[in-house]
Design a protein around this ligand. Structure first.
Ligand SMILES: [Zn+2]
Length: 314
């Protein structure tokens, strides 16, 4: 009897939550698992998750996706934006020592992109651009089956392309980045500003809820609230402007849009496509399919596991 091929674990760390996926050598999803993590106990907590998933058979490697950038040369976490306190600079080294397994560290947008490419909305495309629109806006480029991470690992930072040269200051130091208008927290900020400015918008149900989130804006838009609908449409225009830039730059076959903001579904996808069509070079636009991600929160852990698998095969 031959031993079965080993499995692979992917873990996405987001704030105080770690979401894990176990995949087999063929990429089939075997199990998912979610756990709370704390800054002080992060390494033993992740090691415990890995050990728990190892009960289904030997594990060959772990991929870890983080909401920050990873220097591919040094495997160190670097933080141009605010990272959750759970993040440790030498996550790679510490987790390798704690588990005895090979560890691959990757930016969460890159991992989610790889998950969608191999197992979600990117299936069938050879080249793909992925945008993650949530608390921040990240992006990733996959060319001929491989993540193209650039000279030092930071390619695809579409959230920091300039949309408004006179816009607000961004966490990256630039002003008027796409992220300063279209990320979840910035959708809320814009909605709040308008609610204060504009009397008719006080009819919106959002005016009744002092601590609404971007999810609430999407929910109210789905319920037919005119003000929420307008906010989602305008956000779609901003994102579509960014998408047009990507289309012109890469002439890419498929653009997959993920992250919490895309939970608004066609309400936001339609204005994105319209604006991209209006602004992009027509022959480039015609060659691009723009779709919503299908793996949801499992995209990043599945992608991290598949990145670990494919890095092990090299
Ligand atoms: Zn920026």
């Amino acid at each position: 009897m031959t031993t079965p091929p080993a499995n692979f674990i992917g873990i996405n760390i987001s704030g105080t939550q770690a979401r894990a996926a176990l995949v087999d050598h063929a990429g089939a999803l075997l199990e998912t698992n979610v756990a709370e993590v704390t800054p002080k106990q992060l390494i033993p907590q992740l090691a415990a998750m890995a050990e728990d998933l190892s009960r289904r058979g030997p594990v060959a490697a772990i991929g870890v996706a983080i909401p920050g950038l990873v220097n591919r040369q040094t495997d160190r976490v670097i933080a141009p934006r605010e990272l959750p306190p759970t993040m440790v600079e030498d996550l790679h080294g510490e987790l390798t020592r704690a588990t005895g397994l090979r560890v691959e560290l990757e930016n969460d947008a890159n991992a989610a992109a790889y998950g969608e490419y191999k197992a979600g909305a990117g299936l069938g495309a050879s080249n793909m651009f992925y945008m993650m629109i949530g608390n921040g806006i990240g992006g990733a480029i996959i060319l001929d089956g491989k993540l193209w991470t650039g000279a030092s690992g930071f390619a695809g930072e579409v959230g920091h392309i300039t949309i408004d040269t006179e816009g607000l200051e961004c966490v990256c130091g630039n002003t008027g980045c796409l992220e300063t208008v279209a990320s979840g927290p910035n959708i809320v900020r814009r909605a709040r500003e308008r609610l204060h400015r504009d009397n008719t918008s006080s009819l919106s149900r959002l005016a009744l809820n002092k601590s609404f989130t971007a999810d609430d804006v999407a929910h109210q838009a789905n319920e037919g609230d005119d003000f929420a609908l307008m906010m989602i449409e305008r956000t779609g225009k901003y994102i579509g402007t960014g998408v047009a830039t990507v289309i012109n730059l890469l002439n890419i076959e498929r653009i997959v849009l993920g992250g919490g903001v895309m939970d608004a579904g066609s309400l936001i996808l339609n204005p994105i496509i319209q604006e991209a069509k209006r602004r992009a070079f027509q022959p480039c636009f015609d060659a691009t399919e723009i779709v919503i991600a299908t793996l949801g929160l499992d995209g990043a852990p599945i992608g991290a596991a598949l990145l670990a698998r494919d890095a092990s095969a090299e």
